[in-house]
Design a protein around this ligand. Structure first.
Ligand code: BEZ
Length: 400
């Protein structure tokens, strides 16, 4: 006889259109182990529309994969899962965070992809003593000057993947570059961190350009990058911006004259299939790579592919690890979330081997401490993926 596993059941349900990953404030009916405890209300704030929609979907999928593996019960409490679309708009994000906190009375808040939305919700979260686990947004100040005991980050600070890349790129690849990123807080924080070590090593920045987020035609910007004669282009773009920038970089013939480099999001698994040949050879720094060879990553990437029929990406890893932090912390508190000090101490104590390598929080900043991998896009078994060239161990945001 043929028995159906939970994973196959969920896959089948998704295929049948039961909306496993649909946005909207709908409490999910997950297949849960029976328990008498009150549900843990988890408010998930992510973009499910616009430039970073795929990032929101990947984080959701990563969380679902982990919660699925533990039967949707944490610290003895079944998870009641609420999602809202931030629409990548700080004011919308703030309004929905307020609704989660004041109306839905969530026990924990998570998600957040864009730095702008994360900065917008900071004061509300702090004033209401709501514990927030940021699953993407790199906003440097949230684990520095504007840090809060209630805010943790499982993803990265904007500084983390860029700072090690500056010196590495100077010594290994190019001594002058043209830099570009979206004209927003994340774009400037990422490029500033890269420039810090690139210039300190002796590198020259021949020009910089900051197009609006969601630019569809990069022609005028690429013309300027091309004219600079720089040996390499270093950029931060993500989601559909990254697809368009890299495709047009190849389309306008820049690949023939200069090397492509950037923050890992520029050349990550979510965008590589659409970028195609234009991405090949590109260098980037990030806290994960699909091809990382460790037991946790092998298991995660296989299970993700089995469940969703596609390769995992860094955003899915961040969702998966965020779910694990919640589960491990609630195990330590016995499911209790009202005593904030106890909950914060429990989250701070969580450490484990993630698909990205060792995972732990910096007790000073509540930002994750993690390895940064220097990667290059190459053909692996007939498809383009990032291969790891180098690693900078245990990168800790400076916190100031
Ligand atoms: C940010 O705004 O922090 C961000 C957005 C996309 C990818 C990485 C960071």
């Amino acid at each position: 006889m043929h028995s159906i596993s939970r994973r196959s059941f969920l896959k089948a349900a998704a295929a049948a259109g039961t909306g496993l990953v649909a946005a909207g404030c709908i409490p999910r009916r997950k297949k849960q182990e029976p328990t008498a405890e009150a549900p843990l209300k988890l408010g998930v704030l992510l973009p499910y529309s616009r430039v970073y929609a795929v990032l929101g979907q990947s984080i959701t999928k990563g969380m679902e994969l982990y919660f699925d593996s533990i039967g949707w019960v944490v610290g003895g409490r079944p998870i009641e899962w609420l999602t809202e679309d931030t629409e990548l708009d700080p004011q919308v994000g703030l309004r929905k965070a307020r609704k989660f906190i004041e109306h839905d009375r969530v026990d924990l808040l998570t998600g957040l992809v864009s730095t702008g939305v994360a900065y917008a919700v900071r004061d509300l979260v702090h004033a209401t003593e709501t514990v927030l686990l940021i699953a993407n947004a790199g906003a440097n100040k949230l684990t520095r000057l504007e840090k809060s005991p209630y805010i943790f980050r499982t993803s990265f600070s904007n500084w983390q993947p860029n700072h090690p890349m500056g010196a590495w790129l100077y010594h290994q690849v190019a001594q002058n570059v043209f830099v570009s990123a979206p004209d927003n807080e994340a774009g400037h924080e990422m490029i500033d961190a890269f420039k810090e070590t690139f210039q300190a090593a002796g590198g020259l920045v021949l020009g910089e350009i900051y197009p609006p987020l969601g630019t569809s035609d990069y022609g005028q910007y690429l013309a300027e990058i091309g004219k600079s004669g720089a040996a390499a282009s270093y950029s931060f773009f993500s989601g559909s911006d990254a697809v368009r920038f890299v495709k047009q970089f190849g389309g306008y013939g820049l690949s023939k004259h200069m090397l492509l480099a950037g923050t890992g999001f520029l050349l990550e698994e979510d965008v590589l299939p659409a970028q195609g040949a234009a991405a090949e050879g590109g260098y980037s720094g990030l806290h994960w790579a699909l091809t990382l060879d460790n037991p946790e990553n092998r298991r995660f990437t296989e299970e993700y592919k089995q469940m969703y029929g596609k390769e995992a990406d860094v955003f899915a890893v961040q969702g998966y690890d965020t779910a694990r932090v919640i589960a491990e912390a609630l195990k330590l508190t016995g499911g209790e979330t009202q005593n904030k000090k106890r909950l914060i101490d429990a989250i701070s104590a969580v450490r484990f081997n993630s698909p990205r390598g060792p995972f732990e929080f910096d007790p000073e900043t509540h930002n994750v401490v993690q390895n940064i991998y220097i990667r290059q896009v190459a053909s692996v078994n007939g498809a383009l993926h990032n291969q790891v060239l180098d690693m900078v161990e245990k990168v800790r945001d400076p916190g100031v």
